[in-house]
Design a protein around this ligand. Structure first.
Ligand SMILES: [Zn+2]
Ligand SMILES: [Zn+2]
Length: 178
């Protein structure tokens, strides 16, 4: 990985995108560039579920963003994402690359009736972004509690894991250990 393209989708909070880009730069030690691409999330909206199907959204990102072989492309949205077999997903990635997408909707403390907490939101969003980038670098889920590739099905599980890769995952993704 030598460059990550971070794509803000639709009405995603722009300051949050900048904060996530900064966190990704620190954790991945690669160039993170914010790129504005005209993807059309409404094409993948399921009106009955009021959710966006993440798989074809990634296809749009990859087709329009055309990442180079050593690049990855990651969309960031406020919209709720799903794949048909699950009620929702925090994000989805093409394992081995090049595309991924994640949602901040269910990372917001306010989604759970908690007070707004910017720092917690940024921390969760950086973890979720790193997790999806890890998948695009070929990583699967990791059992280590000290690894961002640990699976998380709710916000609490996101909070419990660190914003970094364990040594084995970093090595197999060919990332500099932080
Ligand atoms: Zn995962
Ligand atoms: Zn790991």
């Amino acid at each position: 990985l030598n460059r990550l393209l971070l794509v803000p989708l639709a009405d995603v909070d722009r300051k949050l995108v900048r904060d996530v880009a900064r966190g990704l730069r620190q954790a991945l030690r690669v160039e993170v560039e914010r790129v504005f691409i005209d993807v059309d999330p409404e094409r993948v909206l399921d009106p009955d579920r009021a959710q966006y199907h993440s798989t074809p959204l990634i296809d749009q990102l990859v087709a329009l963003g055309a990442p180079a072989p050593e690049e990855r492309i990651l969309g960031m949205t406020e919209g709720d994402l799903f794949v048909p077999i699950l009620t929702f997903v925090f994000g989805e990635a093409q394992v081995g690359g090049p595309g991924a997408v994640f949602s901040v909707k269910r990372l917001r403390p306010t989604f759970y009736g908690m007070p707004e907490n910017r720092k917690l939101l940024v921390s969760r969003a950086v973890k979720e972004a790193l997790h999806e980038v890890g998948h695009t670098l070929g990583l699967l889920h990791c059992r280590s509690a000290e690894c961002v590739m640990r699976a998380s099905t709710n916000a609490r599980e996101v909070d419990l894991k660190p914003a970094r890769f364990c040594r084995e995952c970093a090595r197999s993704a060919r990332l500099d250990p932080a």
